[in-house]
Each structure stands twice: as C-alpha cells, then as structure tokens.
Design a protein around this ligand. Structure first.
Ligand code: PMP
Length: 392
C-alpha cells in the first residue's frame, strides 16, 4: 500500500479539527461536547412523515439535476419575498447541502492558482473546497476588538491579479457576527471595482438574533455577481438530509449545473421532498429553535465574561461563540486538549478557523442550558487552575 501515490494537494490537507476533537473525546466518561456544529433538535416529525409519504408515492427516482420542480418553485417564492426581487426557479440550484453549492461554485469559477479572499475566522471546510478546485485561499484577518468584522481596506489590499472571488459568511461560523449594511456596501464596491464574484454563505440566515438579515445580494449591482448559498441543515434542523441550494447569475448557475449533474446527478429525491415539507411547515416551529439558541447564547455570554481571563462578544446569529482565551493561553490546541483531559469538555481550537485566529476557541450552544452551564463551571475551574499554576 505504501507504493500508492496520493495527490499532494490531498495528502497535504489535514483532517477536520472539529471531528478530531470529537474523536478524541469518544469513550471518555461524562464528556460535554461543545464542539458539535449542528442543532440538537430533531427534524420536526411532520417533515419526516411527509418525506416518507412522498417516497411511498414514487419520489424515489433521480430528480432533474437542478432540483425537484416543486421545491425549486417553493424556493423561488421564498427568495423573491426575502430579497424583494423576482427570482425565477431556473436561477436556483438544489445541492447536496451547502457543501455541494460551495464545491460546485468554486469548481465553476476557479482556474488553477486563482485566489479566493476569505474573511477570518472562517468555516474550516472552505480551505478544502478551494483546494479541490485548484484555487488558493487568501485569508483576510479580522480582530476581536472590531467584532470580527473585516476592514474593507485590508480586503482591497489582499487583491492581486489572480483574485477571482470574495467569500463571505454571515451570520458567521464561528464568530456569530452579521455583516452590517454599510460594510456590505463597501465590500460590494470593491467587488465591482475589481470585477470579483461574491459567494455569500448564508446557511445561518434564519438563526438570527437581530431584526433584519442584510445580504450583499441586495446591494446595487450585486445580483449580477453574487451567488447566495443557503441550506436546510441548520435553519431547519436537517443536517443529515443534506439539502442546500444556491441562487445567482443565470450563466453561473447554468455552468454549475454541469458540475452537479456529473458529480452527484441530483440531490436525494426523498430529502428534497423533506425540504419542501419544511418550507410548508408553520415557520413558528423553526422560530422557536432560534429563540432557544438565542437564550442559550446570551446566557453563556454573560457566564463566560464573568470568568477572569475569558471574553466573548454577544453573537448576532448562528449558534456559536468564539471565545478569546489569549489571557489564559495563546495556544488554542493545547488549551482545548488540556481542557478535554482535565475537565472532559470539548471545544474547537481557534487555529482551525484561519491563520489569525490562534488564541480563541469555538463553543457551540447545541446542548440544553443546565448542561452548558455545567460546562462553564468546568471551564472556570480549568482556567483558575491554569492561572494559579502560572502564578507559582
Ligand atoms: N457553511 C457554513 C458556514 C457552515 O457552518 C456549514 C456547516 N457547518 C456549511 C456551510 C455546510 O452546510 P451543509 O450541511 O448544508 O453542507
């Protein structure tokens, strides 16, 4: 087996740090896992029942590669309302999760060596998707002190003749930051000035703790160069069904369709029926999940900020907190591993989210409040232990 040659681009990729942390915790007694990036809620039973009923009615064949026609129509209606524009079903593509849309868009947009500007901290998987497409990730650092919002000047300075794409994620995994309208205007102006395409990863758009979600798509001139990427995974507690979708310029979507066609043929037919059922369900069901995430997040922010040496911002969306642990440790891997071994709490070390995010850890609010508070007690003991040992 040693003689089998593995492509350098793949051999050089590291395994997911998030999965690695969970694997290390497997088998340990009484572990509290704050590393899990998926809702702890089950998919609503109405969705499951309807999907299975539809399967019984024959929705078990390949669908069109673009997606189940009924789902495309329902998504067009939803997007038209949300974006105050007339969105046609044929400008939408249903994909194997948002991952499918990320992979297909990057493959469609990039030539070998092209650059993608990614704001840090970022969803770790972007690196792999850009690498698979032959591109290069160019990180744009942000600062805790600035609420993890990117500085437009730094974005512009990172642009080279090889830049093709700006990849945004709002609400952000892991920081919970939402890009405000004025900043979106500035980023839009940069994209237009340099003729860049924008991939707007909005998979947490409904898990929002502020009144409005502004999308860069709605800025003047941006509908022609923005691909919105969304998903049923987080908003609808449907991670395992693997349904995402995207909408953007017709020429981009038409070319991405070739990638989806050859890579996956289509998204699972039964899962697409489940997605349709979720869209037809009373939105209050999902709003309640968001309210629960908000309650948990706000409760934890106060608790974390009361621990000497830790600090965290109030998130505006998603279900994550990105905690500054630099006063305790500048090595997030060591912090996470020691915390796991000493207190059996899983957090995700910050280095997974970009070169500039060392000294932070990500916490997911995907457990009930008493369990989250128990984890905070353990983290406090851990931090106190470290402070007292460094004082001696
Ligand atoms: N983008 C972000 C920011 C994410 O956090 C995730 C999932 N963790 C994805 C995309 C992928 O989502 P999906 O399950 O729809 O593939």
């Amino acid at each position: 087996m040693e003689s089998i040659q593995i492509a350098e681009s793949i051999a050089g990729l590291r395994y997911s740090v998030i999965r690695e942390m969970s694997a290390l915790a497997a088998g340990m007694p009484d572990v509290i896992n704050l590393g899990i990036g998926e809702p702890d809620f089950a998919t609503p039973s109405e969705v499951i029942v309807q999907a299975l009923a539809d399967a019984g009615q024959g929705h078990t064949h390949y669908t069109a590669s673009q997606g189940d026609p009924e789902l495309l129509c329902a998504l067009a209606e939803r997007l038209s309302n949300e974006l105050a524009a007339k969105i046609q079903p044929d400008s939408i593509l249903v994909t194997h999760g948002a991952m499918g849309a990320l992979a297909a868009s990057l493959r469609t947009l990039l030539e070998q060596g092209d650059e993608v500007l990614v704001m840090e901290p970022h969803f770790p998987d972007y690196l792999a998707h850009i690498t698979f497409a032959g591109g290069r990730l160019v990180g744009v650092p942000t600062r805790f002190e600035n609420g993890f919002l990117p500085d437009p000047e730094m974005i512009e300075r990172a642009i080279t003749p090889r830049s093709r794409v700006i990849l945004l994620n709002s609400p952000n995994n892991p920081s919970g930051a939402v890009l405000p309208e004025e900043l979106l205007d500035e980023i839009a102006a940069i994209a237009i000035r340099h003729n860049l395409c924008v991939l707007s990863d909005e998979v947490y758009d409904q898990i929002l703790f502020i009144p409005e979600f502004p999308s860069i798509y709605t800025r003047p001139g941006m509908a022609e160069r923005t691909l919105i990427i969304r998903s049923f995974s987080k908003n609808f507690a449907m991670t395992g069904w693997r349904v995402g979708y995207c909408h953007g310029p017709q020429r981009l979507v038409e070319n991405m369709l070739k990638v989806v066609n050859y890579a996956t043929a289509c998204t699972s037919s039964v899962s697409q029926r489940a997605a349709l059922a979720a869209l037809r369900l009373n939105p209050a069901v999902f709003a309640e999940m968001t309210a629960t995430f908000k309650k948990r997040a706000m409760c934890l922010v106060d608790r974390i900020n009361a621990i000497e040496g830790l600090r965290v911002h109030r998130p505006q969306g998603s279900f994550y907190l990105f905690v500054d642990v630099r006063a305790v440790s500048r090595n997030s891997r060591e912090f996470a591993l020691d915390l796991l071994h000493e207190q059996q709490v899983v957090v995700v070390p910050g280095y997974a989210f970009g070169k500039s995010t060392e000294g932070f850890v990500r916490i997911a609010c995907t457990s009930e409040i008493p369990r989250l508070l128990e984890a905070m007690d353990r983290i406090e003991s851990f931090v106190r232990g470290r402070s007292s040992s460094s004082a001696t």
